[in-house]
Design a protein around this ligand. Structure first.
Ligand SMILES: Cc1ncc(COP(=O)(O)O)c(C=O)c1O
Length: 380
């Protein structure tokens, strides 16, 4: 049996998405910048996709800029805020994705931007009083960059609350919404945020494509130069099939957000209950209430198998992870758990679900996990 419980790393593509993309691999191969009919057909598909994404976010199509994914969109927002919008101080947090953390660090070392990290509690919640203090004490133009939901532990911020606070202090606000896009309703007419980001592969779309939402009040220059695509904000021939697939995937995700949320939250609750019943001393990392419903990160009891656990689960056909996919190659553990002072000697495992996950798959994963945590003693 193969069980995929690593949907925070990436999700399988919906068959309907592939179907929507197929004509753009075959019949509709024109370059959207060409003015002849081959080009025009494809250009019109790109603009239809842009309108569709804008409709889901209740914003203008002009506020959507297609990118190669979440990382590029985060880079574009932060670099743009520094280069074109006069930002000299960035407030962020230690648990951000590396797409944000490394970009912020680069702004510090290469461009002398002041960086402040907001205090977090043990579950990864932002200390609002500290955020207010940092903003109140900031004399420079400030960008706040705080993720909507953490990709490792699922803890969320209240986007509206932080947006209001940033507006109160005249700060720009960027939120990495890569894990919540297509999983929570986002309303750009209501939320005071200047930049949010999306990556299609996190909501059953293709890899290598994403977007930056930038509010019409801000204008930034391209990271990638060499053409006038994306209204001069991102040069290069567009990833047509990716863009078409992403729009279809977001449409499908948003068509029944409540239904998916109820179903996937049910799976998460079910797995948590199973683990609590069958594994002694299991605890949840991150927040249990205001949390991303697709992610369950648990601290398991110490075991001799700790370093082998993910490998043993993999041999059983079960994909889960010890942190984000991007850091899984390193043996330094998770920067998120480290920032929250979670002991990383006993195993911490992230299970992440999607609307395609079933209870039978969870039963199998729990059964194998329990087996590996309580190995049958070898008889000599
Ligand atoms: C919170 C978050 N931000 C950014 C990214 C990067 O997105 P992409 O893989 O599309 O570059 C990811 C993906 O792992 C993520 O989880």
């Amino acid at each position: 049996m193969k069980v995929y419980l690593d949907n925070a790393a990436t999700t399988p593509m919906a068959p309907e998405v592939l179907e929507a993309m197929m004509p753009f691999f075959t019949t509709h191969f024109g370059n959207p910048s060409s003015t002849h009919q081959f080009g025009r057909t494809v250009k019109s598909a790109v603009e239809t996709a842009r309108k569709s994404i804008a409709r889901q976010l209740n914003c203008s199509p002009m506020e959507i800029c297609f990118t190669s994914g979440g990382t590029e969109a985060d880079n574009m927002a932060i670099n743009g805020a520094v280069s074109q919008l006069g930002v000299r101080h960035i407030i962020s947090s230690e648990v951000e994705h590396h797409a944000v953390l490394h970009t912020v660090a680069h702004c510090h070392t290469d461009r002398d931007i002041r960086i402040s990290m907001v205090d977090l509690d043990k579950q990864g919640h932002v200390n609002i009083a500290h955020l207010r203090k940092l903003l109140a004490d900031s004399e420079e133009k400030t960008l706040v960059s705080l993720m909507h939901a953490n990709n490792e532990i699922g803890t969320m911020i209240d986007l509206d609350e932080i947006g209001d606070i940033c507006a109160e202090y005249g700060a720009l606000f960027h939120s990495d919404t890569v894990q919540t896009m297509g999983h929570f309703k986002l309303d750009m007419a209501k939320t005071k945020v200047h930049f949010i980001t999306g990556a299609a592969h996190k909501f059953h779309g293709p890899k290598g494509v994403g977007f930056l939402y930038l509010s019409k009040d801000v204008h930034i220059e391209p990271l990638i130069r060499g053409g006038s695509q994306e209204r001069n904000m991102r040069a290069g021939t567009e990833n047509i099939y990716g863009i078409v697939g992403m729009a279809k995937a977001l449409e499908m995700a948003c068509a029944d957000i409540e239904g998916h949320q109820k179903y996937v939250q049910g799976l998460k609750d079910y797995m948590k209950k199973q683990l609590c019943e069958k594994v002694r001393n299991v605890t949840v990392n991150g927040c249990e209430d205001r949390s991303l419903y697709t992610v369950l990160n648990v601290k398991l009891p110490p075991t001799d198998n700790a370093s082998m656990l993910l490998f043993l689960m993999d041999i059983d056909g079960i994909a889960c992870s010890g942190g984000s996919a991007c850091s899984s190659g390193s043996n330094q553990g998770s920067h998120v758990l480290r920032a929250l002072h979670v002991d990383q000697k006993s195993p911490n495992v992230r299970f992440s679900f999607s609307r395609y996950t079933t209870r039978e798959e969870i039963d199998y994963a729990v059964e194998r996990l329990v087996h590996h945590l309580n190995p049958i003693p070898v008889m000599h």
